[in-house]
Every structure is written in structure tokens, then in C-alpha cells.
Design a protein around this ligand. Structure first.
Ligand code: FAD
Length: 396
């Protein structure tokens, strides 16, 4: 048939928003839309610090894709992409092949370890439902092990590499979780150590200094030890080596210090910077008219020529813009330039505590925590309407 085929890779923030918008805007038989994702569920990456620490269930951070999309309008394929072949407009899946006329790449990021020896092999990452289930079980297991080998204080030492948003949100949750675990396993809380190690001279580099100070203060009081301006030199099965060779023994290293684009993109031959494609003003891969790249896989620059950090907020706005441009392309209408509109940023610091910048104002404490909840509920509403808000909203 002559109906154009649109294939969307990844059902994260960018991919799901693209699919939902296409579903709404396209007329019957205007295009065939296929959405490919590794899992049959969509997960809320921005919520994963909670199930990772064990302060919430992994179940509350995901929703079945079939509940979000209309399968009469969009074909959902549960599969893993193994190769992108732009030269013949094909996608190789682990169990088949798809061809496309228009492609949307929104496969999300991968941990960037900056070549630090042993880090990839010996650390865990907060990236997916599967990865946070592992972290949650691992942490709990360390308490159980400690009770059998009480000389092993490294079991009670938790290292978080990176004090960006993910690292900060995670140590906030972990410090809430530790007292519960201590109680459950009869462990003296004074023996438990949480280190947050960051190479940059401050936590949350680039964020409002006053709010950063507030966050550090809250987290330090909750028992987090910050080691700022300190690079992790090496990670082994026994812990990390930092700064000038100091060793911290730990059975748990969680790396949140860097994100890069998906390796499939550079393997496909696209030009990238740390795996990200510097997209054109319409979100297309430069030199192509039919390949869009979104979210953590894309690089968008602000007016000062600096790249925006990869966020869910960015991926969502890109998804909406990409769908709009796809529809315009199919209808031979002119494309619209993408412009990011920053609605604000809120970082949680654990139960009832957060910091945020929104509507040109600074927020801390309960107000900021409430704002975070509002953002999360708004997202549930955008992708799943009132039913999803009722189903998952109460857990946020
Ligand atoms: P993702 O949402 O990561 O989606 C990628 C999808 O592709 C996934 O469904 C994955 O399963 C699928 N996939 C991957 N590889 C394959 C493959 N080979 N084949 C098939 N499918 C595949 N951002 C904010 O704006 N605000 C926040 O408060 C915030 N908090 C965060 C907290 C944490 C703990 C973390 C980890 C991130 C946070 N972020 C936040 C960042 C945000 O989550 C990401 O920027 C966002 O998820 C990027 O969206 P995406 O669509 O590019 O990719």
C-alpha cells in the first residue's frame, strides 16, 4: 500500500508521547504507526529512585502500554531493537524486521562510565524496572548478610556515585529507607553509611546554589556523607578508590554520574556526541528528512549554545513536536521548529522534602514535595487520563 509507515523505537517519555499524539492527530488510513518497546509496559523513570531504595513498589512505577494506546490505531510490538539500518530503512529486532518510511528514535540513555576502571562491571544503575528491582533486593540482602558476618561493615556501606538529580533523589530515599531496614534486621543505624561522591565541586551542578545548599543540609542531617570535588578513580568488587587513592569498602555501588545516548545510534552510523544526535530545529537527524531523534538520545542547544540536560520534560515536549511534524510531513505541510519551554525543575529529597524552581520562584520542603507530586500527577493525566491518575496517583 502507499500508506506511509511510521516506526517509533522506545515507549519511554519521548516515544509514548509521540504515539499518543499521532493516535490523536492522524486520520484513518493516513499512516501505519508501529511502536516498538523491549517491555510490554511503560515505566516512569522519574519515579525509579523510590522503588530502587525500596520506599515504593516497582509496580507503582509502571503501566501496561496496552492501557495507554489504542491498539486499533497503533501496532504495538514487544521486542528488542538490535540494529537500525538507515541505508535500507529497516529495523532489525531480536525476532524480526520492520521497514519504515519515517523513523522516531527514542530509546533512552545508557549509563556513561567515562572509562572509570571497573565501574561498568561493579556498579548498578537506576534505569529500568528490572534494574531497580535488583538494587532494592541487593540492599536488603546486605542487611541479612551483615547479621551473619558482623565484621563486614562494608555490607552496611552504600556508595552513590554522582550527585546530579538522580543521585540526590536516590540518597534522599535511601536515607528514609535505612531506619526501616535497621529495625527489621536489628542493625544499629549508627553502623550504616551512605556516601554520595561527586567529581564536580558542588552537588547538582548548575542548579540554584541556595537550593543546593538547602538540599545538602537536609540530606546531611538524614545521614548522607557528601564527598564533593572527589572523583571515583576505580571501582572494584570491594568498593571504590577515590581522590588520591583513598579506598572506601562497600558491597553496594550505585552509579548515577553520567548518561549517554543509546549505542545502537552510533552503530547505525549517525554522527553523535556521547551517543547523542545533535538534531536539527525540527528534531530530525541532520541530513535526513525522515528520521527523528528524541529524549536522552538527542542533543538540543539553548540560545547560549549550551546543551539542555536530558530530562523527561524535554523528551515529552519533543514527542509532541515530533508527532506534529510527522503529520505535517505526511500532509505535505511545512514543519514547525522545536522550542523547549522550561516549566521548572523539582528534585525530591525523600518523604515530604524537596527543592524546586518553578514559575520563576524557589520552593523548598513540603511545598516543593507537593509540587513534585503535582508534576507526576500531571504526567499520569497526560498519558492515561483520569483512570491512570486514580490508579497510580495515590502512590506518588
Ligand atoms: P526513556 O524514558 O528511558 O525510554 C526509553 C524506552 O526505550 C524504554 O521504555 C526502554 O525500555 C526502551 N528501550 C531501550 N532500549 C531498547 C531496545 N534496544 N529495544 C526496544 N526498546 C528499548 N527528568 C525530569 O524531567 N524530571 C525528573 O524529575 C527526573 N527525575 C529522574 C529521576 C531518575 C531516578 C532518573 C533515572 C531520571 C530522571 N529524569 C527526570 C530523567 C528522565 O527520566 C529521562 O530524561 C527520560 O526518561 C528520557 O526519556 P526517553 O524517552 O529519552 O527515554
Amino acid at each position: 500500500s502507499n500508506i506511509p509507515k511510521i516506526v517509533i523505537l522506545g515507549a519511554g517519555y519521548g516515544g509514548i508521547l509521540t504515539a499518543l499524539r499521532l493516535q490523536k492527530e492522524l486520520n484513518y488510513n493516513e499512516a501505519d504507526v508501529t511502536l516498538v518497546n523491549k517491555h510490554d509496559y511503560h515505566y516512569f523513570t522519574t519515579h525509579l529512585h523510590m522503588p530502587a531504595a525500596g520506599t515504593d513498589k516497582p509496580e507503582n512505577a509502571r503501566v501496561n502500554i496496552s492501557k495507554l494506546i489504542d491498539e486499533f490505531k497503533i501496532d504495538f510490538v514487544k521486542s528488542t531493537v538490535v540494529q537500525i539500518r538507515p541505508q535500507d530503512k529497516k529495523i532489525i529486532l531480536e525476532d524480526g524486521t520492520l521497514s519504515y518510511d519515517y523513523l522516531v528514535i527514542s530509546l533512552g540513555g545508557e549509563p556513561e562510565t567515562f572509562g572509570i576502571p571497573g565501574l561498568a562491571e561493579n556498579s548498578m544503575n537506576i534505569r529500568s524496572i528490572n534494574s531497580v528491582r535488583l538494587i532494592r533486593e541487593h540492599i536488603e540482602y546486605q542487611f541479612a548478610r551483615y547479621k551473619r558476618e558482623p565484621h563486614r561493615l562494608d555490607y552496611l556501606t552504600f556508595i552513590v556515585g554522582g550527585a546530579g538529580f538522580t543521585g540526590i533523589e536516590f540518597v534522599g530515599e535511601l536515607s528514609d529507607r535505612i531506619p526501616e531496614l535497621c529495625k527489621f534486621y536489628d542493625v544499629d543505624p549508627a553502623l550504616v553509611k551512605i556516601y554520595n561522591i561527586e567529581a564536580a565541586p558542588t552537588a547538582l551542578p548548575g542548579f540554584d546554589p541556595e537550593l543546593v545548599e538547602y538540599a545538602m543540609d537536609v540530606l546531611t542531617k538524614k545521614g548522607v556523607t557528601f564527598r564533593l570535588g572527589t572523583a571515583i578513580k576505580e571501582c572494584t568488587s570491594e568498593g571504590v578508590v577515590i581522590g588520591e587513592g583513598e579506598e572506601i569498602k562497600s558491597a553496594t555501588v550505585i552509579w548515577t554520574g553520567g548518561i549517554r545516548g543509546n549505542r545502537l545510534i552510533e552503530e547505525a552510523g549517525f554522527e553523535t556526541m556521547r551517543g547523542r544526535v545533535k538534531v536539527d530545529e525540527y528534531l530530525r537527524c541532520p541530513g535526513t528528512e525522515h528520521i527523528y531523534v528524541l529524549g536522552d538520545n538527542s542533543l538540543v542547544f539553548n540560545e547560549e549554545g549550551r546543551p539542555y540536560p536530558p530530562t523527561a520534560q524535554m523528551a515529552m515536549q519533543q514527542g509532541v513536536a515530533c508527532a506534529h511534524n510527522l503529520v505535517a510531513s505526511i500532509r505535505n505541510q511545512s514543519l514547525t521548529k522545536f522550542e523547549f519551554s522550561n516549566k521548572g525543575t523539582v528534585a525530591s529529597l525523600g518523604k515530604g522534602e524537596a527543592i524546586g524552581l518553578a514559575f520563576g520562584k524557589k520552593y523548598t520542603g513540603r511545598k516543593a514535595a507537593w509540587l513534585k507530586k503535582l508534576i507526576d500527577i500531571r504526567y499520569l493525566f497526560i498519558i492515561g487520563g483520569i483512570p491512570l491518575v486514580l490508579k497510580k496517583g495515590k502512590f506518588l
